[in-house]
Write a protein that binds this ligand. Structure first.
Ligand SMILES: [Zn+2]
Length: 276
């Protein structure tokens, strides 16, 4: 038997929603952007990332769901299901479920959501328990419509998913519900992780990495700052980023700054580095 060819690593790019104000496709939308960049996947927001609006049905939902471009949805940044503030936590839970349904409508592999945080005066254990309740309550009605993938964050005290020991406490609560994990290299660097061992360190806790957000950083290690940089244009050695993607062995999404031409170059360079 001939040896199976090595699977082509799926390299996606975060793109704009690609819709006009009238909710019509703008310049071909995300699928046109993927073609332009020769990307295997796209990550999109389905509503304002800084707001509380629910996603609208998309005119390209069928094309996204039925096409061969992998789709990942990122939940709005404002969501915080960990917080002890009811006026944030309760709408966060509702909107998270709504986004998961909208993500299913476009055939998303998963819904990325930040780990969130509690207030400085709070015990982080309360945030962990709020995460557990988020999954437990949703499980009563059949669970989320797509897998929920929790992303590590760059900074902030009392964050649920900044440090590895915090992630370990979170996973004791959410692991049983099938929570997935997104490793963001810029955020891990900002939090002072050793990227040479990050994939193994995370897997030892979660048993899984569902997606890598492969981003360089404009700031030094341990800065707690979340300023993404191009793969070959930041403080993290590019070879180290390639090794993270190789070690994780699964889909990658670039959230790097730059236009479509710059992203096309990054996709091609990363694809070449991973197949070398
Ligand atoms: Zn990210």
């Amino acid at each position: 038997m001939a040896p199976a060819p090595a699977a082509r690593p799926s390299i996606g790019v975060h793109v704009g929603p690609g819709l006009t104000d009238e909710n019509e496709l703008d310049d071909g939308g995300p699928l046109a952007r993927a073609a332009e960049m020769d990307a295997d996947g796209v990550q999109v927001f389905l509503a304002d990332p800084q707001g509380w609006t629910a996603p609208k049905p998309r005119p390209d939902a069928d094309a996204l769901r039925e096409g061969d471009v992998a789709v990942v949805v990122h939940a709005p940044y404002v969501l915080n299901v960990a917080t002890t503030n009811n006026r944030i936590r309760i709408p966060s839970r509702k909107l998270l479920a709504t986004h998961a349904e909208a993500a299913a409508a476009v055939g998303a592999l998963g819904l990325v959501v930040h780990g969130g945080h509690v207030l400085a005066k709070d015990d982080p254990a309360a945030g962990v328990d709020n995460w557990r309740k988020t999954f437990a309550r949703q499980a009563e009605t059949g669970g989320f419509a797509v897998p929920l993938w929790i992303e590590n964050t760059a900074g902030g005290g009392n964050a649920m998913a900044r440090d590895l020991d915090a992630i370990a406490r979170l996973w004791e609560a959410v692991g049983e519900f099938g929570a997935g994990f997104v490793l963001d290299t810029c955020h891990a660097w900002a939090a002072g992780w050793d990227l040479a061992t990050a994939v193994d360190d995370v897997r030892a806790i979660t048993g899984r990495i569902d997606l890598v957000h492969l981003n360089n950083s404009r700031d030094p290690a341990g800065s707690s700052r979340d300023r993404h940089a191009p793969l070959a244009g930041g403080e993290i050695p590019t070879e180290l980023l390639v090794e993270v993607a190789r070690a994780a062995g699964g889909p990658v999404v670039l959230e790097t700054p730059g236009d479509a031409a710059a992203h096309a170059e990054e996709v091609a360079a990363l694809r070449a580095a991973l197949s070398a």
